[in-house]
Write a protein that binds this ligand. Structure first.
Ligand code: GLU
Length: 482
């Protein structure tokens, strides 16, 4: 058997959303895991809604996610001749026909159906138009649509790898339009023609397209093609089980990127929306592991629930374990955004940033947060946490204590976390005070905050002079304020 061929076929009518990204990912993983070919196709026959800028964004988002394709991007708008030819074949075989019904005629049929509480189905008015009549209307310059002649009875059965056999009554499918009066194909027609012509073996796509599949199958069968295998992957719903939308926060890949999510984390999270490797396996998986494990038979039928907390938790895991160089290059724009650094960085600035990132990375779940919790490494102008100041700066003798600590730290010839810690321990012993009495106000003095990474690690990054200067400054602040 030849290698599988799959495709991702986004419409360039908006940014790449997590639903689309997940469809792309499943196709990508399926191709990589089976030695198959992954095709990118742009479904841009909806001229009114398609925009070139969205093509660029889709492509950029896919690249950022690491979903590289083997063929394409093909554009349907460049393939119009192909659909026209196939439609002609159907017309000449009397499997499709021109329909001249006007919008008004169809509208009144629709109205009548509505009154009677039925869904409007095209009644086949132009099915038996005589060739003379048709030629006459064409000669008058009327622009017909092309409709597929569909069976009135029986069923069309879609055999789906996720959903099993799904049966559709042909009486519920009318002679639907395959070519519009402007000469452009409808989605159903263009999509299946491309799948057939591009020799797609597996159509893996969102469940919302399951109801289109019988129509696409009828087109393929009318043309005598072998059907691809279909796999419709479950919906992604918001936590309240409603359709995922803007009001649930970020939904597009670009928004997640701008929000400080790492591509690997997003991939790792979305792959679990509707698929699981089974067993008690690790949840954190690399793209290579995923490609080795992915299979369509583990795709679930039930809708997946989107949970940003889990995504953020996963992102935190990736931030903690990411190779430092890569983490820095992903994080730099966020540091620049809040004006902590300016690119390009000098070598010493790069080395400093590296130390900062290593010190705080465990505490951040997004890159935006990573930059945010690094602020005091770059700025002296932070305020002291009010509650913390009331509690720790107001104690008797704190200002002196901080000065004494600064003085002894300045005496260190080798200044690092261990040496600073030892100095602090000795000082506490000498003064016969608990470590907490010294550590809490020191933390507040050095960072303005009550939480953060290890205090001595912070000192090491700040360096001796800065550490001491901040302690002196806090002492002064205490004396003027309290
Ligand atoms: N262009 C369609 C969409 O973006 C793709 C449908 C398909 O995969 O066949 O939803």
């Amino acid at each position: 058997m030849s290698a599988p061929r799959v495709r991702f076929a986004p419409s360039p009518t908006g940014e790449l959303h997590i639903g689309g990204a997940r469809t792309a990912l499943f196709n990508y993983l399926f191709a990589r895991g089976t030695g198959g070919v992954f095709v990118l196709r742009i479904d841009d026959t909806d001229l009114e809604r398609s925009r070139d800028q969205y093509i660029d964004k889709l492509v950029a988002s896919m690249k950022w996610l690491g979903l590289d394709w083997d063929e394409g991007p093909y554009s349907q708008s460049q393939r119009l001749e192909i659909y026209r030819e196939e439609a002609e074949i159907l017309i000449s075989g009397k499997l499709a026909y021109h329909c001249f019904c006007t919008t008004e005629e169809l509208e009144s049929g629709r109205e009548a159906a509505k009154k009677e509480g039925r869904t409007f189905l095209y009644p086949g008015t132009c099915r038996n138009l005589s060739p003379e009549k048709r030629e006459k209307l064409l000669a008058e310059g009327q622009k017909p649509v092309v409709r597929l002649l569909t069976p009135d009875n029986g069923q069309t059965v879609v055999s789906d790898m996720v959903r099993g056999e799904v049966s559709f009554e042909n009486s519920g499918l009318d002679d639907f339009i395959i070519m519009k009066s402007n000469g452009l194909p409808t989605y159903n027609f263009a999509s299946i023609i491309d799948d057939l012509k591009m020799e797609i073996t597996h159509v893996i796509r969102a469940e919302e397209h399951l109801s289109n599949t019988p129509r696409q199958q009828l087109c393929a069968m009318a043309l005598g093609y072998k059907l691809p295998i279909f796999a419709h992957v479950p919906m992604i719903l918001a936590p309240d089980r409603s359709k995922l939308s803007k009001r649930h926060g970020a939904t597009s890949v670009e928004e997640f990127k701008d929000g400080g999510y790492l591509p690997e984390a997003l991939i790792n999270y979305i792959v679990l929306l509707g698929w699981s490797p089974g067993g008690e396996e690790e949840e954190i998986m690399s793209m290579d592991e995923l490609a080795a494990k992915f299979s369509l038979d583990k795709v679930t039928k039930t809708a997946a629930i989107y949970d940003v907390t889990k995504l953020t938790w996963m992102n935190g895991n990736y931030i903690r374990d990411y190779p430092i160089d890569q983490l820095i290059s992903e994080a730099l724009p966020f540091y620049e955004n809040i004006e902590l650094v300016t690119r390009p960085l000098e070598d010493n600035e790069q080395a400093y940033l590296e130390k900062v990132v290593e010190t705080v990375r465990e505490r951040a779940k997004t890159l935006a947060e990573l930059a945010q919790v690094s602020t005091y490494f770059y700025r002296d102008d932070y305020d002291y946490d009010q509650k913390g100041a009331a509690k720790h700066f107001q104690k008797e003798g704190v200002a002196d204590l901080l000065r004494q600590a600064a003085g002894s730290l300045l005496k260190l010839s080798l200044f690092n976390a261990e040496a600073a810690e030892e100095k602090f321990n000795n000082l506490c012993e000498e003064l016969d005070i608990s470590k907490g009495r010294l550590i809490a106000p020191t933390r507040l003095a050095l960072t303005g905050r009550m939480d953060g990474p290890g205090l001595f690690a912070i000192m090491e990054v700040l360096g001796r002079e800065k550490t001491a200067a901040r302690l002196f400054r806090a002492a002064e602040f205490i004396e003027t304020e309290f």
